[in-house]
Write a protein that binds this ligand. Structure first.
Ligand code: ADP
Ligand code: MG
Length: 684
C-alpha cells in the first residue's frame, strides 16, 4: 500500500481550490489529473523582466517594468487602437497601446496617477510603446517577479493560473525521507526532494534541482528493474544442459558466423543454470537471430523441455514456423503454430499436444502465453521483435509458472545503451555485431516527391531487368485506415503501369490474404510489393534489391534503418530511395541526410533517441512503460549508470528495504508508480 505520506499528492486536481470540471478538463489535456502530475509539470522556460528607471531605445525588445504617469488619452477613428500617452520619471514619453477594451484602459490608467506598467518595449520610429501592458499599483512591483517561469499550457489555461495551480499542488507536497545515498547527494550538492521541487518551479534554470529530480525517477526505475532481476533470479528454472544429439544432426546450409557462435555459447551458458536466463539479444535485421533462437530451442528440446517462440505478427510467425520446419522435421523435432487463425479442431490439437508434450516447439503470436495455453514443460521462451513485451509482461511470464522458463528477448531495434539500461536493466545483453557473408552494402538516396515519376521510370528499368522491389507507403499517424488507403492508391497507380505484377499488403488485410500476396512476391510472381509497415516486409526475397520509402520523413530513423535492411540480402547492388515531401523542417532534413550518410545502426539509434525520445524508439509511448517526466535522454545517459550502482548498493546492504533508506526508497517507488516492484522486495 502506498505510504499515507504520499496521499495528498495522489488526490485528483479537483481537490485543489478553484478547480472545477472545466479547468480539470483543460488540465486533463496535458495529462495532469492529480496533484503529483502538477508538481512534476515543471516550467520549460522563463520570461525575464527588467526594472527600468526610464524608457530608452537601448531596452527595445526587453520586457520592462517601468513607472509612468499617464497625461493624455486618444481613441483613434474606426477600429484603430486606443492610446494612452504617459511620461516616465525622466520625462520621456511612452505610448501604451490597446487594441481592445479601452474602457478597461481608461479605468486602470487615470490621468496624473503614477502606475507601474510592464510589457515588451517596442519602437516605432522615434517613439516607444508597450502594447497591452500589465498595469499595477506602485507598491505592487513585487507581483512582477524579475523571472517568471513559463509552463506548458493548453487552451483555457493561462500561465499565471498554471503557476498558481503548481504552487497549490506544491503546498500539498510533504517533506519526504531521503532515498539518495548521502555521499552522492553531498557530492552533487543536491537539496532534499521538496526543496528541489520548489526550486525547479521558482527558477526554470536551476539545473541542480532539475538534475536531482531527474535522478529520482531514474533511481526509482533502476531500483524497480533490479528488484525484478533479483526476484526473477531467486526463482528456479530447470537447468537445460542439452546433449547435442539433435544439434549434431542439423544440416545447415551455411556456417555460423563468429558472432552467432559467440552469442549461442552465452545463451547455452545461461540455460545450463538453475537461475532463469534473462537475456536480450540485439542484432541488425539480417544478422541471423532466427538461427540463434533455433539452436537455443534445440538445446531445450534435447534436455526434455519445450520451447516457445513469440512473433509480433502472424506473417512473421508463419515465416518462422516454415524456417523451423524446414530444419527440424528431418531430425524428428515436432513443431506447431498457434495464432488467432488456428480455431476449432486445429487449435484443440495444438493445445493437447502442448499439454501432453507431443509438441516440442511452438511458434505463434501473443496467444501462446495466454491462460488457456498449458505446457507440459515450457523450458525456454523466445520473444522476437516484440516492443510491447515490456517489463510488466516479462514479469508476468516469470510469475505465472511454478518454474519460470528461461527467457530470450530478440530485437533488431538498435537500442542505445542508456535505453538498454532503463528498459531492459534487469537483463544481460548479447550482441550480434557481424553480418553473414554475402550481404551487399546499401546505397541510400534522398529524393523529393515531385520526382516520383522519374522514380517510377527507374523502377520500370529495375523490373525489366528481372529485379523486384518494395514500395513502402507513408505512415499516417491518425489511423491504420488512412495508411491502408494511401497504400491502396499507390498500388492502383503502379498497376496502371506494371499491371498485375504489383502486390499490396497492409494492416487491414486478413492473414490468409496477406500470406498469399507474400508468397506471390517470394515466388517472383509479383515484381513490386507495396506495403504499409515494417513488419509486413519481414520476408527474405533475394531479388528485391530496391526499396522505395515514400514519405520517409514520417518514419523514425531506427525504423527506416530496419526497413532498408530488407534489401541488401541479394547479390549485387542494393538501393534504398527515401522519398520526402517538399516542405521539410530542418530536423527532418538532417535526419534523412544522416540516413544517407551512415549504415551504423547504433549511431542512428543515438540520434533517434535525441530527436524522438525513448517512447518512440521502444514503442512504449502508448503503454506508458518507463516514461520519464523530468529526465531527458542526456540525463538518462549520464545518470542511469550512477543510479544503477546506487540502487544495487542499497539492495546489497538492505535487500528487504527495511532500514531508513530502504523505507525511503520504497516511498520513491510509490511516488513514481512502480508499485508492482514493491511486491518483489525480498521479505525476511
Ligand atoms: P534476423 O532475424 O536477425 O533479421 P534472420 O535470422 O532472418 O535475420 O537471417 C537473415 C538471413 O540470413 C536468412 O535468410 C538466414 O537464412 C541467413 N543466415 C543466417 N545465418 C547465416 C549464416 N551464418 N550464413 C549465411 N546466411 C545466414
Ligand atoms: Mg528476425
Amino acid at each position: 500500500m502506498r505510504p499515507e505520506l504520499l496521499n495528498p499528492l495522489f488526490t485528483e486536481v479537483e481537490a485543489l481550490k478553484g478547480v472545477g470540471p472545466g479547468l480539470a478538463k483543460a488540465l486533463k489535456r496535458l495529462d495532469l489529473t492529480r496533484a503529483v502530475d502538477l508538481v512534476y509539470h515543471l516550467p520549460t522556460g522563463a520570461i525575464d523582466r527588467i526594472h527600468a528607471p526610464e524608457a530608452s531605445h537601448a531596452l527595445v525588445g526587453r520586457i520592462v517594468v517601468i513607472e509612468v504617469t499617464p497625461f493624455e488619452m486618444r481613441a483613434s477613428a474606426g477600429r484603430g487602437p486606443f492610446r494612452v500617452y504617459a511620461s516616465d520619471r525622466a520625462g520621456n514619453t511612452i505610448t501604451l497601446t490597446y487594441f481592445n477594451n479601452p474602457g478597461w484602459a481608461k479605468k486602470s490608467l487615470p490621468l496624473g496617477e503614477p502606475k507601474l506598467v510592464s510589457g515588451k518595449l517596442d519602437a516605432y520610429g522615434q517613439d516607444l510603446q508597450i502594447v497591452h501592458p500589465e498595469v499595477l499599483a506602485l507598491d505592487k512591483g513585487a507581483d512582477l517577479p524579475l523571472r517568471e517561469p513559463v509552463y506548458g499550457l493548453t487552451e483555457g489555461l493561462t500561465n499565471r493560473r498554471m503557476r498558481e495551480l503548481a504552487m497549490a499542488a506544491l503546498e500539498r507536497a510533504p517533506e519526504l525521507p531521503e532515498w539518495i545515498e548521502p555521499s552522492l547527494a553531498a557530492r552533487e550538492g543536491w537539496r532534499p526532494w521538496r526543496a528541489a521541487l520548489s526550486e525547479a518551479h521558482a527558477d526554470p534554470y536551476a539545473t541542480d534541482a532539475r538534475r536531482r529530480l531527474a535522478y529520482d525517477e531514474i533511481f526509482a526505475n533502476q531500483l524497480a528493474l533490479l528488484l525484478l532481476r533479483a526476484y526473477s533470479r531467486r526463482r528456479r528454472s530447470v537447468p537445460l544442459q542439452g546433449d547435442g544429439r539433435l544439434t549434431d544432426k542439423l544440416r545447415l546450409p551455411y556456417m555460423l558466423t563468429g558472432a552467432q557462435r559467440r552469442v549461442t555459447e552465452e545463451i547455452r551458458g545461461d540455460m545450463a543454470q538453475a537461475a532463469p536466463m534473462l537475456r536480450l539479444l540485439q542484432g541488425d535485421v539480417g544478422s541471423g537471430k532466427t538461427l540463434v533462437a533455433l539452436l537455443a530451442m534445440l538445446t531445450a528440446v534435447e534436455s526434455g523441455a519445450q520451447a516457445a517462440l513469440l512473433a509480433p505478427t502472424e506473417i512473421l510467425a508463419r515465416q518462422h514456423h516454415a524456417t523451423l520446419i524446414s530444419q527440424l522435421d528431418a531430425i524428428g523435432v515436432r513443431t506447431a503454430i498457434l495464432t488467432g487463425r488456428e480455431k476449432g479442431r486445429a487449435r484443440e490439437t495444438v493445445l493437447m499436444g502442448l499439454a501432453d508434450g507431443s509438441i516440442d516447439i511452438l511458434v505463434g503470436t501473443h496467444a501462446i502465453f495466454q491462460e488457456k495455453v498449458a505446457y507440459k514443460a515450457l523450458g525456454l521462451a523466445v520473444i522476437d521483435e516484440q516492443h510491447r513485451f515490456g517489463v510488466s509482461q516479462r514479469l508476468l511470464l516469470s510469475a505465472k509458472a511454478a518454474r519460470p522458463p528461461h527467457l530470450l528477448v530478440m530485437t533488431a531495434t538498435p537500442i542505445p545503451r542508456t535505453l538498454t539500461l532503463t528498459h531492459y536493466g534487469e537483463m544481460d545483453v548479447s550482441r550480434i555485431d557481424e553480418m553473414p557473408p554475402g550481404r551487399t552494402p546499401i546505397e541510400t538516396r534522398v529524393i523529393v516527391d515531385e520526382k516520383i515519376p522519374d522514380v517510377i521510370d527507374g523502377l520500370g528499368r529495375h523490373v525489366a531487368g528481372g529485379g523486384q522491389a518494395y514500395w513502402v507507403c507513408p505512415l499516417v499517424e491518425e489511423s491504420e485506415k488512412t495508411d491502408s488507403a494511401a497504400a491502396e492508391q499507390r498500388a492502383a497507380l503502379l498497376r496502371l503501369r506494371f499491371g498485375p505484377k504489383v502486390g499490396l499488403v497492409h494492416g487491414r488485410m486478413k492473414g490468409p490474404e496477406k500470406d498469399a500476396v507474400m508468397a506471390a512476391f517470394v515466388s517472383s510472381e509479383l515484381a513490386v510489393l507495396v506495403a504499409t509497415t515494417v513488419i509486413e516486409v519481414g520476408v527474405d526475397v533475394a531479388n528485391a534489391t530496391l526499396m522505395i520509402i515514400e514519405g520517409a520523413e514520417r518514419f523514425g530513423l531506427a525504423q527506416l534503418h530496419q526497413l532498408r535492411g530488407r534489401v541488401g540480402r541479394g547479390a549485387g547492388h542494393s538501393i534504398c530511395l527515401l522519398i520526402r515531401g517538399q516542405t521539410l523542417s530542418e530536423t527532418a532534413r538532417a535526419r534523412l541526410a544522416l540516413m544517407r550518410e551512415t549504415n551504423d545502426g547504433f549511431r542512428i539509434a543515438e540520434e533517434d533517441l535525441r530527436l524522438r525520445g525513448p517512447g518512440e524508439i521502444l514503442g512504449t509511448r502508448q503503454s506508458g512503460e518507463a516514461q520519464f517526466r523530468v529526465a531527458t535522454p542526456e540525463d538518462l545517459a549520464e545518470l542511469a549508470p550512477i543510479a544503477q550502482g546506487d540502487a544495487q548498493l542499497l539492495l546489497d546492504r538492505d535487500g528487504g528495504l527495511d532500514g531508513p533508506r530502504g523505507q525511503a526508497a520504497r516511498t520513491a517507488l510509490y511516488l513514481f508508480e512502480r508499485d508492482s516492484a514493491v511486491g518483489l522486495i525480498r521479505s525476511g
